[in-house]
Structures are given as structure tokens and as C-alpha cells.
Design a protein around this ligand. Structure first.
Ligand SMILES: Nc1nc2c(ncn2[C@@H]2O[C@H](COP(=O)(O)OP(=O)(O)O)[C@@H](O)[C@H]2O)c(=O)[nH]1
Ligand SMILES: [Mg+2]
Length: 240
């Protein structure tokens, strides 16, 4: 039977050199490309099946300089259903730039809630690591982001999980009730999102990439995000 693909628009941001294009190309084309022109912005498409549903992912790999985005890119960002902000675990400066990027993205979105996922890339470079897993998770919690994962485009570690999490988060927003002005104001007075974040990440290691057993997260955050699920592996992220 023919199943129609649902389109999902994903934007990928992060400091130049953080590994955005490599991550996207590994996912879309299953190849690790050593040298990619950092000035090329591109839209990639990939058909996937996640949780039995067909999706057409439209992945915008943004040339995200520290000088801001052009108007066309800002408009495409506004149309995104989920945004990945990538830093490299071997670059503290890329990690430090996440806050500025989140603030910038939120100003572009002008109050519309779009899930943002924090992604620590290059996790294979353990010996050169400058940003611990726990720092990534903590930042994601502090900023009220929707999920946090580490990955490696070189070893393919958690590459699928990054995009599967993105799709699930995008859909988690879709199933929310239609928002009205009243609903908006009620939402604005709700507890900050961080309140649902579990305090301690059991199984969290400084050196390793394990962040949080999924079931611990689900128990701490039972019904709030029905579409947010982890992959079969409990090594990953996840919903912060
Ligand atoms: N070891 C390793 N290197 C990576 C990984 N991802 C990206 N790189 C390298 O980091 C550099 C910058 O990556 P690129 O994707 O062009 O960054 P962008 O500017 O954010 O798009 C390239 O030389 C990549 O080969 C990874 O997972 N592991
Ligand atoms: Mg690039």
C-alpha cells in the first residue's frame, strides 16, 4: 500500500567547523566527507521510515557565521519544525557560542515554539575532548532545550538517533492542541520547561558519552511528551 510521506523541515545551525555538514552528509548519503566547503548552504532531502511512518526530511544545512543569517535563511528558519544546534565536543568555543545562537534563534522565531535539540558532535575524538557530556546536558537543561545528544559522523555513533529524535520532537509539537491567545498566555505562566528535567543523570560519565538511561527520563517526565522516545539504545541522550 502506498503511504504518503509527511514532510518534516529540519534546520541545522552551529559554529563554522562544528561538524554540521559532515553530520548531515553522513545521515543523508552515508559517507564521511573530510573536506566540505564551509560556505556552501544546502537543502538535503531524505525519505525515511520512523515508527512505521514515512517522512520526507528536508534538512537545511545552514552556513551559520557569527555575523548572523541572511533574510532568506531567517525565513527558512521560521518555517522549520525542529532546529539542531551543533557544537563540537573538541571545541569549547563552539560550545560557548550555543547560548548566543539559541538567543538569536528564539528572537527570529518571535515567540513561536520550535523544539531545539543540542548536538555535541565529533564524539569519537575522546582524547581531545574539551566539553564534557554533563556540561552539554546541563546547558540543554538550563536553556530549556528539547533534547541533547552526542554523536560522531566519523563512526556513525548516534547519527540516526539525532534525526529520529528531531522528527519525534517536531511531531511532539504538532500533536499539541491548537493554540489560542488564551492558551498562549496560560502557557507563558506555566512552570519553566526545566522543571520537568530530572535533577541527576544516572549513568552520566565525564569521559564516556552515556548521558542518561532513557527509562529514568521517562519516569521523571511521564506524559508530557508522548511522541518523544529514544532509540533502542539506552546509551543516548535524551529528552532533557
Ligand atoms: N573526527 C571527526 N571529525 C569530524 C566529525 N564531524 C566533522 N568532522 C570534521 O570537522 C571539520 C568541519 O566539519 P564541517 O562539517 O565542514 O563543519 P561545518 O562548518 O559545521 O559544516 C571537517 O574537517 C570534518 O571532517 C566527526 O564526527 N569526527
Ligand atoms: Mg558546513
Amino acid at each position: 500500500m502506498f503511504m504518503e510521506s509527511k514532510p518534516v523541515r529540519i534546520s541545522v545551525m552551529g559554529q563554522l567547523g562544528s561538524g554540521k555538514s559532515t553530520l548531515v552528509l553522513q545521515y543523508v548519503q552515508s559517507q564521511f566527507v573530510e573536506e566540505i566547503d564551509s560556505n556552501v548552504q544546502d537543502l538535503y532531502k531524505k525519505e525515511v521510515v520512523i515508527d512505521g511512518q514515512h517522512y520526507q526530511l528536508n534538512i537545511l544545512d545552514i552556513v551559520d557565521t557569527d555575523y548572523g543569517l541572511d533574510l532568506k535563511t531567517e525565513n527558512m528558519l521560521r518555517e522549520s519544525q525542529v532546529i539542531l544546534i551543533v557544537y563540537s565536543v573538541v571545541s569549547e568555543t563552539s560550545f560557548d557560542s550555543v547560548l548566543m545562537r539559541v538567543v538569536h534563534v528564539r528572537s527570529i522565531l518571535e515567540g513561536r515554539h520550535v523544539p531545539i535539540i543540542l548536538v555535541g558532535s565529533k564524539a569519537d575524538l575522546e582524547n581531545s575532548r574539551q566539553v564534557s557530556s554533563s556540561s552539554g546536558l546541563q546547558l540543554a537543561r538550563e536553556l530549556g532545550l528539547s533534547a541533547f545528544l552526542e554523536c560522531s559522523a566519523k563512526t556513525k555513533y548516534q547519527i540516526n538517533e539525532v534525526f529520529e529524535t528531531a522528527v519525534r520532537q517536531a511531531l511532539a509539537e504538532v500533536v499539541e492542541p491548537t493554540r489560542s491567545t488564551e492558551a498562549d498566555s496560560q502557557r507563558d505562566t506555566e512552570q519553566p520547561r526545566e522543571s520537568s528535567i530530572p535533577e541527576a543523570a544516572e549513568g552520566q560519565t565525564e569521559a564516556g558519552i552515556q548521558i542518561e538511561p532513557l527509562n529514568a527520563v521517562q519516569e521523571a517526565n511521564p506524559a508530557s511528551r508522548p511522541a518523544a522516545r529514544a532509540s533502542s539504545s539506552n546509551r543516548c541522550c535524551i529528552i532533557v
